[in-house]
Design a protein around this ligand. Structure first.
Ligand code: ADP
Ligand code: ADP
Ligand code: MG
Length: 645
């Protein structure tokens, strides 16, 4: 067996592989792009090699550079993770030609499954049921249209080279066919450089059920199924094992078909055989059809690990090292139920747009397995997949596991970017999902309810106001109460497009009325209307209150607003109580609108105060280090000349 492993990937899967490799006593080598120089997977590995660049093409897709790195540092094996080079047969051949071990199947097996049409033909010959459809070479639109009619609408057009849901179009009626075909082909050409398509019968009320297989090049076993029906636009969102409603007969039939598929191509390593299942009349042993095989470790492999107790990466490394299958089919058992939810940096209200940003907080509760490739402080960059983590749970039954998932998501704390956490939480609480009524259309049907804004949150907002005014932590008489003793003050907070002006009445450092809510501190902890306050995270001018999947409030700089509103404002006031960190101007100095005047700090938040208009500084009323009250005058501009108006 090799003793040094290079991981040709990044993010959570690189971290996942490194974890097991280390546990097996291997030396680990990370590769990274320039933007990933400080990434988690680099920190975890024993050795790191820079590939340069930022985009995948300049870094993680540079097969030759990766092989050179392996040879250079003495790695004897390469694990490709998923995505990037994992299903590239030319890369496998290059790795082997360099005398290294590729942790995965042979180039031949990958090629056999690389194109959906050829794979389906091969599976048909091996006796695996396939979705009825047209797999022919003739790609004339008129021919394809005839075939579609023969299959019967609705039909699905798929790019034979497709993946990740790209190049796929559902056609409901003959009149839409030509247009859909053109668009599927155009998408396939751009994404895969191959615009050949196949046509399939569209299965009504489809469920996506896949079988985890594992081979040693000769024999294969299956590790039961995963249900991945909870999808948005053909992308998996929550996966589970086993599949709800699965019967022993159907499991045996699907498992046997998947093992036939793997053995037909001499499969080595971990792979997934994806089936489409007709969910309209319950699960039947003759109601599943082969869609495609993914010749790699899958994103959702952890749910299988949880219900089987197998570490799939350990198996991959052992078999790649020359061992035979670690166990036989009858030694594999299924225990309990597992879920995985994919946490992404994405803007759900904006249509699930990928988002970026620096994570200012990231933590998961006890009792969940969180597979992540980022830590608090790390950046979600625009160059790669914006997945933050996979939240994985395992319980004795489906309903217990689903409750664990709901709780795990509710207690996940993430700040610094928008995420789909609330959407995942809504899914975990979906009634139909709880009853096991899953199909690939569930999310689209209930999208409005699943993405509905959480509505008003007066308690969280009141808490944010407490933080924004510095009252949250401020206890000591010198810096605290004496400073803002009898005050009523206002703070303006924005949540999304909504703006709120909140009035706080301070009765004592431990008792504040916030609009109609009374906040009290007992034993060092705040209670709002009797409810214990949530955790908070502050970054820049954004306060995240970890209630209801995290609510982010931006402190609107009252002064900047008011100054802008009255345009002529010559006096800069403190927008909040705090300490003057720095003063950047002196009397007599000419400034332009927007120039930095001073920086004020409160509760780790820094506010830069800028000039509201062009002018000359008349007077600076504070010095560095001064503590000031909200509304205190800081800097005065000379009066504007009448003539200028
Ligand atoms: P899974 O079933 O494991 O979720 P996906 O299809 O979502 O599989 O793909 C997993 C990873 O592989 C993702 O990072 C995705 O971006 C990448 N991927 C899948 N297919 C392709 C492809 N044809 N080209 C490039 N990347 C792909
Ligand atoms: P990809 O390579 O992009 O993953 P797949 O062939 O695996 O493409 O299909 C992706 C998803 O599209 C499936 O998980 C399923 O939701 C849907 N799908 C695929 N084929 C069919 C079909 N024949 N009928 C209904 N839905 C399908
Ligand atoms: Mg697929």
């Amino acid at each position: 067996m090799f003793d040094t492993l290079l991981i040709a990937n990044r993010g959570e899967i690189a971290c996942r592989v490194i974890r097991t490799a280390k546990a097996m006593g291997l030396r680990t080598v990370a590769v990274h792009s320039d933007v990933d120089a400080m990434a988690a997977h680099v920190a975890m590995a024993d050795v790191a090699v820079s590939l340069g660049g930022a985009s995948p093409a300049e870094s993680y897709l540079r097969g030759e550079a990766i092989i050179a790195a392996a040879l250079d540092v003495g790695a004897q094996a390469i694990h490709p993770g998923y995505g990037f080079l994992s299903e590239n047969p030319d890369f496998v051949e290059a790795v082997e030609a360099a005398g290294l071990v590729f942790v995965g199947p042979s180039a031949r097996a990958i090629r056999a499954m690389g194109l959906k049409d050829a794979a389906k033909r091969l599976m048909d010959e091996a006796g695996v049921p396939i979705v009825p459809g047209y797999l022919g070479k003739d790609q004339e639109p008129s021919r394809l249209e005839v075939e579609a009619a023969a299959i019967g609408y609705p039909v699905l057009i798929k790019a034979v080279a497709g993946g990740g849901g790209k190049g796929m179009r559902l056609v409901e009626a003959p009149g839409d066919f030509v247009d859909a075909l053109e668009r599927a082909k155009a998408e396939a050409r751009t994404a895969f450089g191959n615009d050949a398509v196949l046509i399939e019968k569209y299965i009504q009320q489809p469920r996506h059920i896949e079988v985890q297989v594992f081979g040693d090049g000769q024999r294969a076993v299956h590790l039961f199924e995963r249900d991945c029906s909870l999808q948005r636009r053909h992308q998996k969102v929550i996966e589970e094992a086993p599949a709800p409603g699965m019967t022993p007969e159907m499991r045996a039939a699907m498992g046997a078909a998947a093992v036939r598929a793997a053995e037909a191509i001499g499969y080595k390593g971990a792979g997934t055989v994806e089936f489409i299942v007709d969910g309209s009349g319950g699960l039947r042993p003759d109601g599943f059809w082969f869609m495609e095989m993914n010749t790699r470790l899958q994103v959702e492999h952890p749910v299988t690990e949880m219900v089987t107790g197998v570490d799939l990466v350990e198996w991959q490394l052992r078999v790649a090292g020359g061992e035979a299958l670690p166990c036989g089919q009858d030694e594999l058992t299924l225990t309990g139920h597992a879920f995985e939810a994919r946490l992404y940096a994405e803007d759900v209200p904006a249509g699930f747009l990928p988002a970026t940003g620096r994570l200012t907080a990231l933590s998961f509760p006890e009792g969940v397995r969180a597979d992540s490739g980022v830590r608090a402080g790390d950046e979600i960059s625009p160059h790669y997949d914006p997945m933050i983590a996979k939240v994985i749970v395992h319980g004795p039954t489906r309903s217990v596991a689903l409750r664990q998932l709901a709780r795990g998501l509710a207690q996940t704390q993430v700040a610094g970017t928008v995420t789909n956490l609330a959407f995942l939480g809504a899914l975990a609480g979906h009634k139909g999902f709880a009853r096991g009524e899953v199909d690939t259309g569930l999310i689209a049907r209930d999208l409005d309810a699943l993405t509905a804004s959480a509505g008003d949150a007066p308690l969280a907002r009141a808490q944010a106001a407490l933080v924004a005014t510095g009252l949250w932590e401020n206890a000591t008489p010198e810096t605290g109460f004496a400073l803002w003793a009898p005050l009523a003050r206002q703070v303006r907070l924005a949540e999304g497009d909504e703006e709120y002006v909140i009035t706080l009445r301070v009765h004592s450092p431990d008792r504040v009325e916030i609009d109609a809510i009374s906040a009290e501190r007992r034993g060092g902890r705040w209670y709002l209307d009797g409810t214990a306050a949530a955790d908070v995270s502050i970054s820049g001018d954004v306060i995240t209150v970890f209630a209801g999947f995290g609510r982010a409030y931006r402190v609107v700089d009252l002064l900047a607003r008011d100054a802008a509103a009255e345009a002529g404002g010559g006096l800069t006031l403190a927008p909040m109580p705090g300490r003057v960190v720095s003063v950047h101007v002196h009397a007599g100095q000419a400034v332009e609108a927007g120039d930095r005047l001073a920086v004020l700090e409160a509760m780790k938040m820094e506010h830069t105060l800028t000039a509201a208009r062009d002018g000359v500084i008349a007077e600076v009323l504070v010095r560095e280090g001064d503590q000031v009250e909200a509304g205190a005058p800081l800097i005065q501009l000379e009066e504007e000349e009448e003539a200028a108006a």
